[in-house]
Design a binder for this molecule. Structure first.
Ligand code: CUA
Length: 360
């Protein structure tokens, strides 16, 4: 019914229904108390009005029960509000581990998308219904914001770093995509659509669209053509000039200056465009910068490739669409022989038995 009212936008994702539920329930609760209070004001105004010009109200004493009640009841209501809100917040901000990763690059004034299978789109993103979709987003220039009202989802897209968001569309259709951050002259025209399709239609669309290679394969190709592999030599062997990248993503890295961090997308990106910023302990800052030599899309491909080197069954970092769709237990890309299979989080302090995982 409510879908028919123009007042309410279409709700087309699992998160949207949760956001709507919380909105409507609290709207009703707020309306109830507003009416109750306004009604009581009117009632008391007449019931206890001054009846003679020199009338004085009777002393009421201190009704303890009443005072406790009007503190405890609102406290209980607001605690429920907090707990429910926190639950929905965590649902919205924590992508499930089986989410498939799609990439978005914002630029003045368009949205560029890349599927894990390698398909590229501009201002239009096709996704299958019922599949958790994680968006990894960055900007080529200024701040944009990825906003899909039907999914109740809005996330800033920033230059120089990655932000993420996720959704699981639950009804096929075409939904508006807006840029929700003023980004220049044609900000208002930086719009597009999210096309949610039945899985079979989506597969047909994927194979019908310009065939490409998977994002991981593109990254692997770049890795070679940029000669990254001369220093970051894959597989076993002598220590190379650069840290080995297998098992890096999602694991602890100890830096030359003693700091340590967990290798995420932002770290990988920075290590490509500003390699001197965070040098891994035991290595020299000899890597040249690739700033300006790789586009944001290529950076995303390189990162997807490096992530694929860390994908093991069950470690919660699906990097290929095939692996993700088949479920977390499916086989990930094979670990090169001799490479340490990352089966658990590395300890904060590397020891002889648990050396720091290879960095950058
Ligand atoms: Cu991009 Cu506004």
């Amino acid at each position: 019914m409510r879908q028919d009212l123009p007042l309410f936008p279409a709700a087309a994702s699992t998160g949207a229904h949760q956001v709507d539920a919380i909105t409507y329930v609290w709207l009703v609760v707020a309306a109830f108390f507003s009416l109750l209070i306004a009604g009581l004001i009117l009632y008391f105004m007449t019931r206890y009005r001054r009846r003679t010009p020199d009338g004085v109200g009777a002393a009421t004493g201190s009704p303890l029960l009443l005072e406790v009640a009007w503190s405890a009841i609102p406290l209980a209501i607001t605690l429920v509000m907090f707990a429910w809100g926190a639950r929905v917040f965590f649902y919205i901000y924590r992508p499930p581990s089986n989410a498939v990763e799609y990439f978005a690059v914002g630029k003045q004034w368009m949205w560029k998308f890349q599927h894990p299978e390698g398909n590229r789109e501009i201002d239009e993103l096709h996704v299958p219904v019922g599949q958790p979709v994680k968006m990894i987003m960055t900007s080529e220039d200024v701040i944009h914001s990825f906003y899909v009202p039907a999914f109740r989802m809005k996330q800033d897209v920033l230059p120089g770093r990655y932000t993420t968001t996720w959704f699981q569309a639950d009804r096929p259709g075409t939904y508006h995509l807006f840029c929700a951050e003023y980004c220049g002259t044609e900000h208002s025209r930086m719009i597009g659509s999210i096309v949610v399709m039945e899985p079979t239609d989506y597969q047909a669309w994927l194979s019908g669209a310009a065939p490409g290679q998977s994002i991981v394969a593109s990254g692997a190709q770049l890795f070679e053509s940029l000669a990254c592999n001369t220093c970051h030599r894959p597989g076993p062997g002598m220590a190379a000039r650069g840290p080995r990248l297998e098992g890096l993503f999602g694991h602890q890295v100890v830096l030359a200056d003693g700091r340590s961090l967990v290798a995420n997308e932002d770290y990988l990106r920075e290590s490509i465009v500003a390699p001197a910023a965070k040098v891994v302990a035991g290595y020299q800052p000899i890597m040249p910068t690739f700033q300006g030599q790789v586009t944001e899309e290529q950076l995303v491909e390189l990162i997807a490739y490096v992530k694929s080197l860390s994908a093991t069954p069950g470690d919660g970092t699906p990097v290929s669409a095939e692996a993700s769709r088949a479920g977390a237990a499916a086989t990930g890309p094979a670990i090169a022989p001799g490479a340490t299979a990352p089966t658990s989080r590395a300890p904060a302090t590397p020891t002889a038995a648990n050396p720091a995982p290879p960095g950058r």
